[in-house]
Design a protein around this ligand. Structure first.
Ligand SMILES: Nc1nc2c(ncn2[C@@H]2O[C@H](COP(=O)(O)OP(=O)(O)OP(=O)(O)O)[C@@H](O)[C@H]2O)c(=O)[nH]1
Length: 344
């Protein structure tokens, strides 16, 4: 990788003790050809994880201990990223990717927004994905007591389910169903003690304004007693007695045929203005009348990006899909407004 390339950045979040450090350690133990920079943010004055992470020559760790990235040290994160960029440009340091491990108590929103709002960062860094570790054994308690736990799941592009060795299959399935109810866009991957191939959580390119809009239809497991595989066997949970919980974050899917550009533009503008604070992540691939290319939209709260993607082919029907992971929205009302943007 050359310095002119955008630096890939992965945000690793997940509640306290959910296995973030274990996952990174597994990566470092099995990574021999990449130099990785890690920004660690620990809540409180002492960075425990910095000591737990296995140092070797392929890793540099920046510790941020002035509080939690999500609030008081957002500025510190920006400064750290600028400095890294400068040092890299000057040839003082070299690394191939950056991982930001957030404190288990952090809401990832402000961290994510940093990558959209700061010009230098936007131009030099390629935000790759938000990865959330979920502790299968304790997530129910976390969700009950800490609002941020649901938020971390809601923001995820990919969820890594940990400690499944400590629960019964039925309990694991109900955790999966609960995660899916919060975020049906993120694929769920099971990892025993962080043992997961790096291809499963790095270089996912989820923030590229590309045409891929995946909605998880089940979940996927990696069985580490077998070889690392890149293809998974899809597993669909058949839960007949799924209990409903009030996690207050939901996945909404808006679907329609070809849309009128002006109308959909003002729908989205109004939606963000009114509900942006509640909308954690959203992504859409929209079919616009008289436009041969797909219109791609994606955003985090009130920060939104639009771009034209690839052209529609003659086989795929021109359909618009817009997924929103959000705190509760008046979905029926919004759906009618969305449908009203269909082109005449
Ligand atoms: N049984 C079991 N234990 C695990 C697994 N993954 C992690 N652990 C253990 O869970 C504990 C917490 O893991 P960490 O990796 O430190 O979690 P963390 O998310 O970095 O924790 P904080 O930095 O405190 O938020 C450690 O004792 C790990 O060994 C797993 O899949 N199964």
């Amino acid at each position: 990788m050359t310095i002119t390339n955008h630096m890939p950045v992965t945000i690793l979040t997940g509640f306290l003790g959910s296995g973030k450090t274990t996952l990174i350690n597994h990566l470092l133990n099995h990574n021999h050809n990449e130099k990785i920079m890690i920004i660690e943010n620990e809540f409180g004055p002492i960075n425990i994880d910095g000591g737990l992470l296995k140092h070797d020559t392929n890793i540099d760790i920046i510790e941020m201990t002035n509080g939690c990235i999500c609030c008081s040290v957002q500025g510190e994160l920006i400064t750290a990223l600028h400095q890294l960029h400068q040092k890299r440009l000057a040839g003082e340091i070299n690394f191939d990717r950056l991982i930001i491990e957030t404190t288990g108590l952090a809401d990832p929103a402000p961290i994510l927004q940093t990558f959209f709002i700061d010009d230098v960062i936007r131009e030099t860094i390629q935000l790759d994905a938000v990865i959330t570790t979920v502790d299968c054994e304790h997530i129910s308690t976390h969700l009950k007591n800490h609002r941020v736990a649901a938020s971390q799941i809601g923001f995820a592009d990919r969820i890594i389910l940990t400690k499944t060795d400590r629960v019964k299959t039925a309990d694991k399935l109900s955790v999966i169903a609960r995660i899916n109810a919060i975020n049906n866009k993120a694929m769920i991957i099971e990892a025993n003690h962080g043992q997961i191939a790096k291809t499963q959580w790095l270089d996912l390119h989820t923030f590229d304004l590309n045409d891929e809009l995946t909605i998880s239809k089940g979940f996927f497991t990696v069985d580490m007693s077998k070889q690392l595989v890149t293809k998974f066997t899809p597993f669909t949970s058949k839960l007949h007695s799924y209990q409903s919980y009030d996690d207050n974050i939901f996945s909404y899917l808006f679907e329609a045929t070809e849309l009128d550009l002006k109308k959909i533009g003002s729908f989205i503008e109004k939606l963000i203005e009114q509900y942006g604070n509640d909308m954690l992540r959203y992504k859409g691939v929209l079919a616009i009348k008289n436009q041969s290319q797909k219109l791609i939209i994606q955003g985090v709260h009130k920060v939104v990006g639009f771009d034209y993607g690839s052209a529609w082919d003659n086989i795929t029907p021109k359909e618009s899909k817009f997924v929103v992971i959000s705190r509760k929205l008046p979905f029926e009302e919004l759906k009618q407004q969305f449908l009203a943007t269909i082109a005449d």
